[in-house]
Design a protein around this ligand. Structure first.
Ligand code: ADP
Length: 620
């Protein structure tokens, strides 16, 4: 169970949230501040001018003075209403814009994260929790806007109210008023002021306690929202929906759906609303009503005793009520800040996760294409798993060689590539580039050395050329050449808009769908366009038909040039032309050599794998 959040901690969290938001939208807070000032001033202007008109009506009734106050009243009200409307519209637009920018903050962070964090279930859970708290009821970064707005309006309103209601406490009833003179006594005035402030604070505290109760149901509400998000939209998920219909699982889904009682009358949220929360809210409303009652009685008694005229009653009651309301609002705000800081703690825990770009400082000469990589006794297991995915791997990848990696499923081939790509760090041993640990190099400089096509490569539903170049401005001739080299030339000719053709239909109706094999060729072209010293292909031809596969291998030497090429393949026939074949088994490299050498080691794994495949083709 979490202890109470200190006010200092709550304040510092909101302040950081405001700074983060200010960083992504610098014009937002100046506008919001202006809006708060105008908003806080509006009720006092009404009270002040109405009081002047009433005073004049109750005393001298001079038409020109009445006209003067009426004109000012209308003018000031008109201007503040106009100001409020203009600011409200502008702030609404800026807030929508800020939602988008805040989203980018998270997207940027996710891409900057150390990859092992993305793969870490705790990180993913943290991100989901933040997202769900935001969509549940706006807890987190954006709630800091409300805190700022209510804070500035509250302080400003409190000061203005104090200024306008000061006369209520300082003006005295005349000596002729008998018992009413008690109202002049400083002790009485002080006690009254203290009681009113105390009651406002208490009312605010009750309301704050009400708000803080939300954190008690946070876990249940987060889970409830997860269920809602999962089962509520499952019918729209193309793949799942087909499966559910075919297997008549609709009723099962409905039954799971009904287990989500979090927000129902008997659920934890409902119970809290009927219990503690209801009591706190009612108490807070009762107290504020009582304070307003006291204020009316005190003001009217003073006016009755002759301390001020009838016009001042409006001003003092209005101003003092507004002041009390602001004390209440500020105290209530403390509750909101405390509750929100629990969500902000999670937000900042995510935003403060280590970033890959923070690693390493060595740079590399960009024109240097020959680099040697060495694995020195490398062992690795995935976060949360105690099974070694790689064990004691020691080998050298000489510059300019063609290296094939083979082995059964789960033998560690992809993991080897992921470590080479610095997606994970080995728990034991070192990986060296030109004799230096790869972690010593600046992350981006190191990444510039690698062109990679993973098995589960992803293309973006945007123009073909952008996909290949990884940029919106690019060398069209070179992109075209790379696509042709990767075997996509013929298909490109059929595309009316050439490199500007949007691939996939997700974001564009005129988008063009490409097959798995075509997508793989685009991904290979992307790797070629990068023109990095290492080209790494993980199952580069898995989605290609045999003819396209043969084409790629024919062109492989031309495509790769003098780069170091590493590729994983299940089709051993495609490894024959490689300089070195590394045979992986249960995380270890158990054989290493050329095809001709390995195929003669009759006791070796390579021999068994080779003959298993040959057998398969012969049978067919
Ligand atoms: P291959 O590419 O040879 O099929 P992998 O490198 O993908 O093999 O996997 C090696 C081992 O690591 C396997 O036992 C696999 O189950 C495990 N593994 C792979 N990815 C993960 C992961 N993200 N988390 C935990 N274990 C994993």
């Amino acid at each position: 169970m979490q202890g109470p959040v200190s006010l200092r901690h709550a304040l510092s969290r909101q302040w950081r949230a405001i700074r983060e938001l200010h960083r992504v939208s610098p014009s937002f807070f100046p506008f919001l501040t202006l809006k708060c000032l105008v908003k806080a001033l509006t009720p006092y202007l009404t009270v002040f001018f109405a009081a002047q008109v009433l005073k004049e009506l109750a005393t001298l009734r001079r038409p020109e003075t009445l006209g003067f106050w009426a004109l000012f009243s209308v003018l000031s009200l008109g201007l503040t209403s106009l100001g409020n409307a203009v600011f409200a519209r502008h702030i609404e637009t800026l807030t929508n814009d800020l939602w988008g920018r805040k989203g980018i903050l998270f997207v940027q962070k996710m891409f900057a994260l150390d990859f092992s964090e993305i793969d870490n279930p705790e990180t993913r859970d943290l991100r989901t929790q933040i997202q769900q708290s935001e969509s549940w009821s706006g807890w987190g970064l954006m709630r800091a806007l409300e805190v700022y707005e209510n804070g500035v309006t509250g302080v400003w309103g409190l000061l203005s109210g104090a200024l306008l209601s000061i006369g209520l406490f300082t003006s005295t009833v005349p000596e002729t008023s008998g018992a009413f003179q008690l109202l002049n006594h400083p002790v009485f005035v002080l006690v009254l002021a203290a009681v009113m402030v105390g009651m406002s604070v208490l009312a605010g505290k009750c309301s704050a306690a009400f708000t803080e109760q939300w954190s008690a149901v946070n876990a249940a509400a987060t889970f409830g929202n997860r269920l809602f998000g999962h089962f509520g939209f499952i019918g729209m998920d193309e793949k799942r929906s087909v499966d559910i219909r075919m297997n008549h699982q609709q009723e099962l889904i409905a039954a799971y759906w009904q287990t989500n009682t979090t927000f129902g009358a008997e659920g934890p949220v409902g119970q809290l609303a009927r219990g503690k929360m209801g009591i706190e809210k009612s108490l807070s409303v009762c107290l504020t009503t009582l304070i307003t009652g006291f204020l009316y009685v005190f003001t009217c008694l003073k006016a009755w005793g002759g301390a001020f005229d009838v016009g001042s009653i409006t001003q003092y009651v209005g101003a003092a009520t507004a002041m009390v309301n602001n004390i209440f609002a500020l105290t209530d705000l403390v509750g909101t800040m405390r509750a929100n800081s629990i969500y902000l703690d999670k937000t900042f825990a995510f935003l403060d996760l280590p970033e890959a770009r923070d690693q390493g400082s060595l740079t590399l000469a960009s024109e240097e294409m020959k680099h040697e990589v060495e694995f020195q006794d490398v062992s690795f297991h995935y976060p949360g798993s105690d099974v070694w995915a790689l064990r004691h791997v020691t080998l050298t990848l000489p510059a300019g060689e063609r290296i094939a990696i083979v082995g059964e499923n789960g033998s560690g081939k992809t993991t080897f590539i992921k470590l080479l790509c610095r997606l994970y760090e080995p728990q034991e041993g070192r990986i060296l580039l030109d004799g230096r640990d790869i972690r010593d190099y600046r992350y981006n400089a190191y990444m510039d050395l690698l062109s990679v096509v993973f098995q589960d490569f992803q293309l973006i539903a945007q123009p073909l050329g952008d996909n290949v170049a990884g940029s919106r401005s690019y060398d069209r001739k070179r992109v075209y050449d790379c696509l042709v080299k990767a075997g996509f030339g013929e298909r490109l000719m059929q595309m009316k808009q050439g490199l500007d053709t949007v691939i996939y239909k997700e974001l564009c109706e005129e988008g063009v769908d490409v097959s798995g094999g075509e997508a793989q060729k685009i991904a290979i072209a992307r790797a070629l366009y990068k023109d990095a010293p290492f080209i790494i292909l993980d199952e580069p031809t898995a989605a290609l038909d045999p003819i396209a596969e043969a084409e790629i291998y024919e062109k492989f030497n031309e495509m790769v040039g003098d780069k170091t090429a590493i590729y994983i393949s299940h089709r051993l026939s495609s490894c024959k032309f490689c300089d070195t074949i590394l045979v992986f088994d249960e995380g270890r490299v158990i054989q290493q050599g050329s095809h001709d050498a390995l195929v003669h080691e009759t006791q070796g794994k390579y021999y068994a794998l080779w003959h298993a495949q040959a057998q398969y083709y012969t049978n067919e």
